[in-house]
Ligand binder design. Structure first.
Ligand code: SF4
Length: 265
């Protein structure tokens, strides 16, 4: 994630087995940590995570404002009790030290996180939502929680006064799935922050004629929606193509032209 100074990965591998493909899996396989996809889906807990965390906290005392969990695995791995339990212990420990935790998951958040006597009230909890289609989810995120259940668990945290966010990345092109991003945005409109990014590492995307215009138009849609709803919006580097923005400019509705002007300035 752009802007994350510290991150923590207490598990290697991930049962969710996303098939976009998963960048963490590609890297770990490349460097020989995992043999294949099956191996990746049999995660290994770093047994002494809490011990290692104590050492790091001792070394970096007072220097860590927030910790991002996780870049290379999923801390609320669906139906993985041991991993979820350890994740909660880690969050608790970091919060006790006054360190905020920012999370992202395709699992279900524990309702215990709403207990502000145990967990920090300024933690930020996120889910990945790139489609509302269960068919798409089963094909690309086959072993994760259903998107509906993810959104519901995020909404519970929001309703308890906690900060929530959604990462819409890797967002697919229409040759992968035909959908209207507005419907997804409406469904998650309670969140505080959104992060939108294109799909990478898939030939299907570059095979889609007009993919640059497609991503630009969706950037404008996301920014327009967020502006109206007061949602903080981040666009992942490489998603917007400014040259294409200028070429498509005349086709945009007036509200989008205003945003395009700001982006081109
Ligand atoms: S949930 Fe994240 S870490 Fe796990 S397989 Fe999917 S993309 Fe990779």
């Amino acid at each position: 994630m752009e802007g994350a100074a510290y991150s923590l990965n207490h598990v290697e591998g991930c049962t969710h087995g996303c098939l976009y493909p998963c960048y963490a899996y590609l890297m770990k396989k490349r460097f020989g940590k995992f043999k294949d996809y099956k191996d990746w889906r049999e995660p290994r807990v770093v047994e002494n995570s809490l011990e290692l965390l104590e050492k790091e906290l001792g070394k970096l005392k007072g220097r860590i404002e927030s910790v991002y969990m996780c870049f290379a695995t999923d801390l609320f791995m669906y139906k993985q009790k041991e991993i979820i339990g350890l994740s909660l212990e880690i969050i608790k420990r970091l919060n006790k030290e006054g360190i905020k935790v920012v999370t992202i998951s395709k699992g279900i958040y524990s309702s215990g996180l709403t207990d502000k006597k145990i967990f920090g009230a300024d933690n930020e909890y996120g889910s990945t939502v790139v489609s509302l289609s269960e068919e798409f989810r089963k094909k690309y995120e086959p072993f994760s929680a259903s998107v509906n259940d993810r959104i519901k668990s995020l909404k519970k945290l929001h309703d308890a006064g906690l900060k929530t966010w959604v990462i819409m990345e890797p967002y697919p092109t229409p040759n992968i799935i035909k959908q209207d991003i507005s419907e997804i945005l409406e469904k998650i409109s309670f969140i505080d922050e959104v992060f939108f990014g294109r799909m990478n590492y898939s030939k299907l995307v570059t095979d889609y004629k007009g993919y640059k215009s497609f991503y630009n138009y969706n950037v404008l849609k996301v920014m327009d929606f967020c502006g109206k709803k007061g949602i903080k919006c981040h666009i992942k580097t490489g998603t917007l193509d400014k040259n294409q923005l200028n070429l498509d400019y005349l086709n945009y509705p007036p509200a989008f032209k205003k945003i395009a002007d700001k982006l081109s300035a």
